[in-house]
Design a protein around this ligand. Structure first.
Ligand SMILES: [Mg+2]
Length: 363
């Protein structure tokens, strides 16, 4: 089997109501989808975060066996492609392998450790509403009613906003639901600690990206000072970018994104590096449905640790914000059931792409 064609689709979906994290207002969602066609008639789908150069497609992909996942990754990287762009190719290749062998990707990765992944509702962004707190409270209660046992909300908007709204959401969901917060690198170290100490009264499961990702010393200080788990690294690309944060145990939870870090091939390596250093891996997922499916297959294979009766759950980030690229792109989307994500057993990624949606949202 050989690769005969590589197609790229750049997609954009405009949202009805804009929403903000600490960095910016979101008015649209986007995705870069890769389709790889083989001479056997099997087609694979991937989602990355950048496009490939035409000349590297010709030189490194056309005529290659899709089973060469490691050497293809290496060759693309050596020819100057970024892990962000390679991610889309790598996910599509694993999809092809699964379809060719009639096995789900999780099986090719060595087998799954769970059939369902407990999910957290990832939402609670800042909205442009008269009563922001009430909007957050209503949204959070809705997630609990849908069966989620964990939710994540956006912070990083200043101490007054963060402390007031995190307390209101905690009050609304009650003491049993896990609550994480995400500052999207919105603070310097001192402010992150100051706000974190006050938010700690709301019993936080983790505090995500309190400061900029490359400040390893800053993360170490935050981690030693604050009582909740510290998470981050969703934007890092390539295994080397994770090295110091993981080796120095500057994070309790590392959150690689399969469509940024470099696909299955690279995320397996990051998972091993984290395992060796006793850092928990909870993948980041915020994008289209191919990224979601790929994350499910990968996360299904990551063992709990310590393996005890009361393990910390491997929580799946289920993006609850409006995104047609997540909700419309697959004919058979992977959806939560009672707050859990079922792991698909169909070959490859286990999803079928709605081609008309690729045209509808093409840029
Ligand atoms: Mg985040």
């Amino acid at each position: 089997m050989k690769i005969v064609e590589v197609k790229e689709y750049r997609l954009r979906y405009p949202v009805q109501e804009k929403f903000a994290n600490s960095g910016s207002w979101n008015t649209s969602r986007s995705a870069v989808v890769t389709e790889i066609v083989t001479d056997s008639g099997i087609t694979g789908w991937g989602e990355g975060s950048g496009g490939l150069k035409e000349e590297t497609v010709e030189r490194c992909l056309i005529g290659r066996s899709p089973f060469d996942v490691e050497t293809v990754w290496h060759d693309l990287f050596e020819h100057g492609e970024s892990p962000r762009a390679i991610s889309g190719v790598d996910i599509a290749l694993w999809d092809i392998l699964g379809k060719a062998l009639e096995m789900p990707v999780w099986q090719l990765l060595g087998g799954k450790v769970r059939d369902r992944i407990p999910a957290y509702a990832s939402g609670l962004f800042r909205k442009d509403r008269a009563d922001v707190t009430q909007a957050l409270v209503d949204e959070a209660k809705g997630y609990v009613d849908q069966g989620f046992g964990a939710v994540k909300m956006k912070v990083g908007f200043g101490e007054a906003y963060d402390v007031r709204n995190v307390a209101a959401v905690r009050e609304a969901i009650g003491p049993e639901i896990l609550l994480a917060v995400d500052a999207n690198c919105g603070y310097d170290v001192g402010t992150a600690i100051d706000v974190g100490l006050k938010m700690a009264e709301s019993d936080l499961f983790w505090y995500e990206e309190p400061t900029v990702t490359d400040d390893v010393e800053g993360y170490l200080e935050i981690k030693r000072t604050l009582p909740m788990r510290i998470a981050g690294a969703e934007a890092l690309a390539g295994r080397w970018a994770f090295r110091r944060l993981i080796q120095e145990q500057a994070l309790d939870i590392v959150q690689p994104d399969i469509s940024i870090a470099g696909g299955f091939t690279e995320c397996r390596k990051v998972t091993t590096m984290a395992d060796v250093n006793r850092v928990r891996v909870l993948p980041h997922m915020w994008g289209g449905h191919i990224r979601l499916a790929a994350t499910v297959h990968w996360q299904a294979t990551i063992p709990d640790w310590p393996q005890v009766l009361n393990s910390i759950p491997s929580l799946f980030e289920y993006d609850m914000t409006e995104n047609g690229l997540r909700t419309e792109l697959a004919k058979n989307p992977i959806q939560t059931v009672d707050g859990e994500v079922p792991v698909p057993n169909a070959p490859g990624l286990g999803i079928e792409i709605e081609r008309q949606v690729l045209e509808q949202y093409a840029v």
